[in-house]
Design a binder for this molecule. Structure first.
Ligand code: ATP
Ligand code: MG
Length: 420
C-alpha cells in the first residue's frame, strides 16, 4: 500500500491560524462523539497546489447541523442551516465554513436535481465532479491531516488533468461541463482525453439545464481572473453556442475583458459589464433569446438591452463637434455599465471621449430653477414649464449659464422674446 500523505504541515503553513484552530477543535469534538470529520474538495486540492483558498468545506459522518450548533458557540459564529440537505454554514469575523452531512446522490434524469440520501464519506466523494476535487483530509486527532485519495486525485493533480469519476458524470449534471472548462483554464490543466470525449458527447445535454443553474455557472466564471480563457475554450468546443449560437469567445472579447479589468482595477469588473461585452455583437432579437435562456434579473437584462440599443447610436456619438447637451441627450437614458461597455467596444476616439465627458461630468449637471420657481415667475403651468426646464438644463450643460441668477435672466429673456 502507498505511504499515507499527511498535510498537517501544509495546513499549518497555508491556512490562517484561526481556521487551523477551528479545524482542530472541530476534529476533537467530533471524535469525542465517536463520529468522523473531513476537510474536503477545493481546499484540499489547493493545499496540495500551494494556492490560497480559505473556503473550508467539512463533511461529517453524523449530523452537520448538530455539529454546527455545537461549534458555533466556540467562535460566537453566525449559523445558517438547510435542514433539507442537512447542511450548515458558520460565519465569524471574515471566515466562513460549510458543514455538510455525508451523502450520496442519484440522478433520475439528465438535468434534474439529484435525489439526496445520507451516506458515507466515500459516497460523498464519489458524487463529486472531478478527481482533483475528491480528496479529503482526516480531522480526527489520531489521524489528523492524513490524505484520503480514493480516485487518484493527487496523481491527476501532478499530471495536470481534469478527469470525471465515471462516464455518466456530464449526463447526470451537464453544469460540470462549464465547471470543467473553468478548472482547466484556471489551473492551466487539460481535460483528460476520455473526459474530453464524454464532455463533447454530452454538450447537447446543456439544453436540459435550467436558466438559473447555467447563469450561476456563468457568474462563477466571471469571478475567475481571466474568464475569457474558458470562454475561448467553450467556443472552440461548441459549449458557448449553447448559450446563444452567435456568441464568440474570440480575441476581440479577450482584449475588451482585459480593458474592463484595467478600468475597474484593483476590483474585478462587475458581472454586468462582462456580460454586456459578451453579448455586444448580438442583435436585439438574439439578445432577448440570451436574456430568457439565462433568466437574467431585470437590472442585468436592462444593461444588455441598453448596450445593444446604444450600439445603434454610436454613429451620432462619433460626430466630432457635439454640444454637451447633445451628448447628454444621446446617453442619459442608459445604464452606466451599458455606456461603459459601448465605450470599451468602440474604437472611435470621439465616442470614447464623449462617453468619458458624460460619465465624469455631464450626468451630474443639474439646473437650479424648479417648476415652482418658474410658476412664481408667472409662467403658465403644464407643457411650457417642462419645456423651459429642459431648455435650462441644456443651457447649463452647454455652459451658457452657471448660476441661478443667470438662469433667471435667461428665462426672462425668453419670456421677453415670447419664447415658450
Ligand atoms: P472553487 O475553487 O472553484 O471554489 P471548489 O472545489 O471549492 O472550487 P465549489 O464550487 O466551491 O468548488 O464546490 C465545492 C465542492 O463541491 C467541489 O470541490 C466539488 O467537489 C463539489 N461540487 C460542486 N459542484 C458540483 C457539481 N455540479 N457536481 C459535482 N460536484 C460538485
Ligand atoms: Mg469553493
Amino acid at each position: 500500500m502507498a505511504e499515507t500523505i499527511n498535510l498537517s504541515g501544509k495546513m499549518e503553513k497555508q491556512l490562517p491560524a484561526e481556521l487551523v484552530n477551528f479545524i482542530r477543535v472541530a476534529g476533537e469534538v467530533v471524535a469525542s462523539k465517536g463520529q468522523s470529520l473531513h476537510l474536503v474538495g477545493g481546499v484540499v486540492r489547493d493545499l496540495l497546489l500551494g494556492q490560497a483558498n480559505f473556503d473550508l468545506d467539512l463533511v461529517v459522518e453524523g449530523n452537520a447541523i448538530e455539529l454546527a450548533q455545537q461549534l458555533a458557540g466556540i467562535n460566537q459564529a453566525k449559523i445558517t442551516t438547510h435542514p433539507r440537505f442537512n447542511t450548515a454554514k458558520l460565519q465569524w469575523n471574515k471566515w466562513s465554513v460549510d458543514l455538510a452531512t455525508a451523502r450520496s446522490e442519484t440522478y433520475a434524469k439528465p438535468g434534474a436535481l439529484p435525489t439526496v440520501k445520507p451516506g458515507s464519506l466515500s459516497n460523498d466523494l464519489f458524487r463529486r465532479d472531478f478527481t482533483i476535487n475528491t480528496m479529503a483530509l482526516e480531522l480526527n486527532p489520531s489521524r489528523y491531516g492524513d490524505l484520503i485519495d480514493l480516485y487518484g486525485g493527487n496523481d491527476d493533480l501532478k499530471r495536470k488533468l481534469i478527469r470525471v469519476l465515471h462516464e455518466k458524470s456530464f449526463t447526470d449534471d451537464a453544469t460540470r461541463i462549464w465547471r470543467g472548462l473553468r478548472y482547466e483554464q484556471r489551473l492551466n490543466f487539460q481535460l483528460e482525453p476520455t473526459t474530453l470525449q464524454l464532455l463533447k458527447r454530452d454538450i447537447p445535454l446543456l439544453d436540459t439545464i435550467s436558466g438559473d443553474r447555467i447563469r450561476h455557472e456563468l457568474e462563477l466564471l466571471f469571478r475567475e481572473k481571466h474568464p475569457e480563457e474558458a470562454l475561448r475554450r467553450a467556443d472552440e468546443l461548441g459549449v458557448l453556442p449553447k448559450l446563444h449560437p452567435s456568441l464568440k469567445g474570440n480575441g476581440w472579447l479577450a482584449e475588451k475583458f482585459e480593458q474592463a479589468r484595467k478600468l475597474n482595477a484593483p476590483n474585478s469588473p462587475p458581472i454586468g459589464l462582462y456580460l454586456a461585452l459578451l453579448a455586444y455583437h448580438l442583435s436585439n432579437e438574439e439578445n432577448e433569446c440570451l436574456i430568457s435562456r439565462l433568466r437574467l434579473s431585470k437590472p442585468l437584462a436592462q444593461i444588455l438591452r441598453d448596450t445593444i440599443s446604444l450600439k445603434g447610436k454610436l454613429q451620432s456619438l462619433a460626430e466630432p463637434e457635439l454640444a454637451p447637451s447633445s451628448i447628454y441627450s444621446l446617453l442619459y437614458q442608459y445604464s452606466s455599465l451599458a455606456i461603459t461597455a459601448n465605450s470599451l467596444a468602440s474604437d472611435t476616439p470621439a465616442v470614447r471621449q464623449h462617453i468619458q465627458v458624460f460619465l465624469s461630468k455631464l450626468r451630474y449637471i443639474k439646473s437650479t430653477l424648479t417648476g415652482e420657481d418658474l410658476k412664481r415667475m408667472s409662467i403658465a403651468q403644464g407643457h411650457h414649464i417642462r419645456e423651459i426646464l429642459h431648455l435650462l438644463h441644456q443651457a447649463r450643460l452647454d455652459g451658457k449659464v452657471t448660476t441661478k441668477q443667470g438662469e433667471e435672466s435667461l428665462v426672462n429673456s425668453w419670456l421677453a422674446r415670447n419664447v415658450k
